[in-house]
Design a protein around this ligand. Structure first.
Ligand code: UDP
Length: 357
């Protein structure tokens, strides 16, 4: 048995790490193809170092370019490697261009494809991720759905039931496996001068929110409004590209808003776990919020994680400042009495067991 994992971005490294660990525990051979979609140290190599993961056997170094070019460069190089390595199954996780290229290359090489986190749908066709999810689900042989709801969505699209396994989400495994290590080894609260449960943590990277200066201005105004209203410091772990846009457009940030560069997973887990409120447009962070029992405001009009809304641990605000402030006020003192819908932290083991059988 030989498994190939194709990955290219921060969340894929984090969410595939429990599967890598499960392979190691069971003595199953695997190797990693890294497309290089993310390449900055704190979006990429820091995760391999901190989580003590095996280095990628292949790094394609594709980097940033237009989606068509990016996917075609990846496809050509992944195909070459797969034909040489001939793995039994190719695993991809999530919805990025790396995921689409990995799945398509494997399918064309007549190899089995496994999609981790299958069945997510925002039903928002303007999201590049939505096209990737749908395409990858339809060419996969193993669809690992996080919840019954995701499995139902796959079923609604006519994909054969016997390909679908409801296994939970590896994000829970990642939080459990790294949460204690983070608490013991990291001190980021102190270095940022933060008190537990007395600050807000924020990220933003969806093109719809950060690529247009008009939308980004609304987001910044919303964050300024939230900190004024709640009188809490806000840490904004911002991608360098977004930071440049904010600085170039000379948007004024309230004194309570502090921009920091993206940090490693252990630091970030500590920041999430001890926050009073999370404000984000990230998919993975909505899930982590539910696991860590921290209320979340999602600065989007829709989410492919609707169970977090039903549970009451997440709310959709979009980026209109008034709505952001109202949602933050509603969520900030919410009682944290929900249980995460994403499983028991053994999803990685389950996936490896299913593939092995
Ligand atoms: N994350 C991190 N450092 C940061 C910001 C986020 O380690 O500075 C982690 C976060 O805990 C989550 C993942 O990155 O596991 C989310 O990645 P991202 O928001 O880029 O992608 P998405 O989940 O939206 O696909």
């Amino acid at each position: 048995m030989k498994i190939c994992m194709v990955l290219g971005t921060r969340p894929e490294i984090i969410k595939l790490s429990p599967i890598m660990r499960a392979c190691e525990e069971k003595g199953i051979e695997y190797f990693i193809i890294h497309t290089g979609q993310h390449y900055d140290k704190n979006m990429d190599s820091i995760f391999f170092e901190e989580l003590k993961l095996a280095s990628p056997k292949y790094n394609l170094g594709v980097g940033s370019c237009s989606p068509g070019k990016q996917i075609s460069l990846m496809l050509e190089r992944i195909e070459e490697i797969l034909l040489k390595e001939n793995p039994d199954v190719v695993l991809v996780q999530g919805d990025t261009n790396s995921v689409l290229a990995g799945a398509l290359a494997a399918k064309k090489a007549n190899l089995k494809v496994g999609h981790v986190e299958a069945g997510l749908r925002s039903y928002d066709e303007s999201m590049p991720e939505e096209h990737n999810r749908i395409l990858v689900d339809h060419i996969s042989d193993f669809l690992f759905a996080s919840t019954e709801d995701a499995a139902q969505k796959i079923d609604n699209e006519g994909i054969k039931k016997e390909k679908v396994y409801v296994v939970g989400n590896t994000v829970v495994d990642a939080v459990y496996q790294n949460g204690d290590i983070a608490e013991q080894s990291k001190n980021i609260l102190k270095s940022l001068g933060l008190e537990k449960n007395e600050y807000i943590i924020t990220t933003a990277h969806r093109p719809a929110n950060v690529d247009s200066p008009v939308q980004l201005k609304k987001l910044v105004d919303g964050l300024n409004g939230v900190v004024k209203e709640l009188q809490l410091p806000l840490i904004f772990a911002v991608h360098p590209r977004t930071k440049n846009c904010i600085e170039k457009a000379k948007f004024i940030l309230d004194d309570l808003v502090k921009l920091i560069d993206p940090v490693g997973y252990l630091d970030f887990l500590q920041l999430l776990k001890n926050a009073k409120l999370i404000i984000t447009d990230s998919g993975g962070i909505q899930e982590e919020a539910s696991v860590l029992k921290v209320p979340c405001v999602t600065t989007r009009e829709n989410t492919e994680r609707p169970e977090t809304l039903t549970l009451g641990c997440n709310i959709l605000s979009g980026v209109e400042p008034e709505k952001m402030i109202a949602c933050a006020k509603e969520m900030v003192n919410k009682s944290r009495d929900w249980n995460s819908p994403y499983g028991d932290g053994k999803t990685g083991e389950r996936i490896v067991e299913i593939i092995n059988q």
